[in-house]
Write a protein that binds this ligand. Sequence first.
Ligand code: SAM
Length: 223
Amino acid sequence: MAGQHEHGGTGEHDEQAAAAMFEPAGWDERYAGQERFWSGDPNPQVVAAVDGLAPGTALDVGCGEGGDVVWLAGRGWRVTGADFSAEGLARAARHTEQAGVADRVDWWQVDARKFEAGERSYDLVTSHYLHAPDGGMVEVTRRLAAAVAPGGLLLVVGHAPSHEFTQLSESHRNAMFLAAELLPALPDDFEPVAVEQRTRTLHRDSGPVEAEDSVLLARRARH
Ligand SMILES: C[S@@+](CC[C@H](N)C(=O)[O-])C[C@H]1O[C@@H](n2cnc3c(N)ncnc32)[C@H](O)[C@@H]1O
């Protein structure tokens, strides 16, 4: 959702603030505050990936306030919103209720760096702007892929390193990735559909600026 993941303007971009963004306490503090992040808009890459698909089951890992969860559920998908922040999930649950789609949604409080899909499998597994430190997104992507049902889609989107983010700390920038860096996480039965950076316009107080989204979209074989 535009606004929530635009890092400009807080003046807190030191290493301590960066470390807090990789742990649940930092996000809980953010979501428990009064600040409004919610725009209600879905992320453009999920809209593009899902366009024309028949609704099925979806898992959104790092769902935050649930904009993509609400949007997918509104199109008939049965959605699990997952995040390691209890406060984020509570905000997301309120939004699904307000949107009248709560009956098609459930929640899973889980850390993407450690979770096991186990028996769970989904027609779409999506993750937007969840960043793990020190190259950790390869391992996260491996875990996300394990949750994709045969014939299903994996969509992982994050910030590409760019000049737009030079004000951020080194560990923030190290957590950003290019789509191709995630390819080693794909099991052999996945076929990449898109592995690229896509330009997105951020609306800042100072005016529009362009940033690059790293987009990995892959389909699992039907077996
Ligand atoms: C920048 S927000 C993006 C939220 C939403 N996907 C969106 O596009 O607006 C990142 C979200 O990922 C969650 N998150 C970050 N690291 C995580 C991890 N290791 N496991 C689970 N959730 C995580 C945060 O709590 C936060 O809600």
